[in-house]
Design a protein around this ligand. Structure first.
Ligand SMILES: NC(=O)c1ccc[n+]([C@@H]2O[C@H](COP(=O)([O-])OP(=O)(O)OC[C@H]3O[C@@H](n4cnc5c(N)ncnc54)[C@H](OP(=O)(O)O)[C@@H]3O)[C@@H](O)[C@H]2O)c1
Length: 243
């Protein structure tokens, strides 16, 4: 059996990923988000606010059950937020904790617990952190978002390095995937921002008007390409637009 743990499954890329994974017969999915929007015999939903870090620390061990018959176990840290789009100096101070809790602390806690629970288990283990091109270069108005995705990239690179150093890296892979620009609620939030807070606004309006946004179903297909063929993908940091 192939087991998947996927965060942010109520909509967007996360929901499309669950639907794609469930097309394979030998899969079971555990999904985590505040709302549930998927019903399926092989889907179990856990309502969770992953930005509530203290509660997550207490509950996370229960998220990962003992899995006797696992040929592949996959954690996909997909839940994320753009946060407020404003320049540094104009942001509300309380927004930072929520953004970094959801985009960085939750994936870190889930990765740590996942590795702790499954590193000795037979079969293939994969962690996929949904990153962004915005973690690789600065974007005005997105300071917290850019910083959070850069942190996720580095968490991924260090985790893979450590697994390799312990001789576990051949059966345990970690990736930070940048999905490209995908037609989800998050893109709608980007288009609803003010040009004075985000100089790239016109570019993102054009993506929608010109139909160049990727479809979440197509993005999920590309994620599966990597999940089913990890030996073809050597680098931790992956840009899915390239395949
Ligand atoms: N769309 C793009 O163009 C794009 C580009 C690059 C990277 N990404 C990344 O892709 C990932 C998915 O983005 P998306 O575009 O699919 O966004 P989305 O449509 O806004 O979906 C976000 C998902 O995260 C969940 N979520 C939000 N806050 C949560 C919380 N506090 N606790 C638990 N779950 C929470 C939401 O579920 P609930 O609201 O039900 O909790 C939802 O299922 C994100 O990490 C994003 O940074 C997206």
């Amino acid at each position: 059996m192939h087991y998947y743990f996927i965060t942010g499954t109520s909509r967007g890329i996360g929901k499309a990923l669950v639907e794609r994974v469930l097309q394979e017969d030998n899969t079971e999915v555990f999904g985590f988000s505040r709302k549930q929007s998927i019903e399926h015999a092989r889907y179990q939903h856990q309502e969770a606010d992953l930005a509530a870090t203290e509660a997550l620390q207490k509950e996370v061990a229960d998220f990962f059950p003992h899995l006797d018959d696992a040929e592949r176990i996959v954690l996909i840290n997909n839940a994320g937020t753009l946060g407020d789009v404003k320049y540094m100096g104009d942001l509300e101070n309380q927004g930072f904790a929520h953004l970094f809790n959801l985009n960085v602390s939750a994936p870190a806690i889930l990765m740590n617990q996942f590795i702790k629970t499954y590193r000795e288990s037979e079969g293939e283990k994969l962690i996929i952190n949904v990153s962004s091109g915005a973690g690789k270069y600065p974007v005005d108005g997105w300071s917290g978002y850019c910083a959070s995705k850069a942190a996720l990239d580095m968490l991924s690179q260090v985790a893979q390095m450590e697994l390799d150093k312990r001789g576990q890296g051949d059966k345990f892979k970690v990736y930070a995937l940048a999905p490209g620009v995908v037609d989800t609620n998050m893109q709608g939030e980007i288009r609803a921002t003010d040009k004075g807070n985000f100089s790239n606004l016109d570019k993102f309006l054009d993506y929608k008007n010109e139909g160049t946004l990727d479809d979440a179903t197509h993005t999920a297909e590309k994620f599966m390409e990597l999940i089913q063929n990890p030996s073809r993908f050597k680098d931790v940091l992956q840009d899915v637009r390239k395949y």
